[in-house]
Design a protein around this ligand. Structure first.
Ligand code: AMP
Ligand code: ZN
Length: 149
């Protein structure tokens, strides 16, 4: 999807951040939002995005605040589903597989007995409410407040 204006007016992730369209949000603070990927690679596949519209990593100077959220969401997924591993990926440019031109980090659990190739066949998001609640339960909102005030 590359028909998004520079200021993010048409951008789906901006619209999710602004609650103009629904997203399965499992974390939100003044600068970031994390929500379930609509076509997950595996159960718990989550995207972490800044609320500010930036296209990719090349425009992301000064956004180190993203890191604490990525760590927190990763820990919550690990506690919720105990995957064998977790991949953090982030694509920049069509050639690298970027489809949504609003900076985002994929947090993708990898489960035991799942071949990586098999793992990469995408499904429609299923049991979203259940997945959301299970991960959210593990989010320590007090700790988040300590970080973001
Ligand atoms: P990328 O290829 O790195 O740009 O990844 C874009 C991701 O956004 C894909 O994993 C899509 O499944 C996901 N995606 C697209 N639209 C939505 C949406 N409305 N809500 C949640 N995830 C989405
Ligand atoms: Zn945007």
């Amino acid at each position: 999807m590359s028909d998004q204006s520079e200021d993010g007016d048409e951008c789906i992730f901006c619209q999710i951040a602004k609650d103009k369209i629904d997203g399965y949000k499992l974390h939100e603070d003044d600068k970031t939002v994390a929500f379930l990927d609509l076509n997950p690679i595996s159960k718990g596949h989550t995207l972490v995005v800044p609320k500010e519209h930036v296209k990719d990593i090349h425009d992301a100077k000064g956004m180190s605040y993203m890191w604490d959220v990525i760590v927190k969401v990763s820990n919550s997924i690990k506690e919720a589903y105990n995957p064998a591993g977790i991949k953090i990926t982030q694509n920049n440019g069509e050639a690298a597989g970027q489809e949504m031109f609003h900076l985002h980090f994929h947090i993708t659990p990898v489960y035991d007995g799942t071949e990586i190739e098999e793992n990469y066949s995408r499904e429609e998001l299923e049991q979203a409410e259940e997945v959301l609640e299970k991960i959210k339960e593990k989010m320590d909102e007090e700790e988040m407040e300590e970080i973001y005030g």
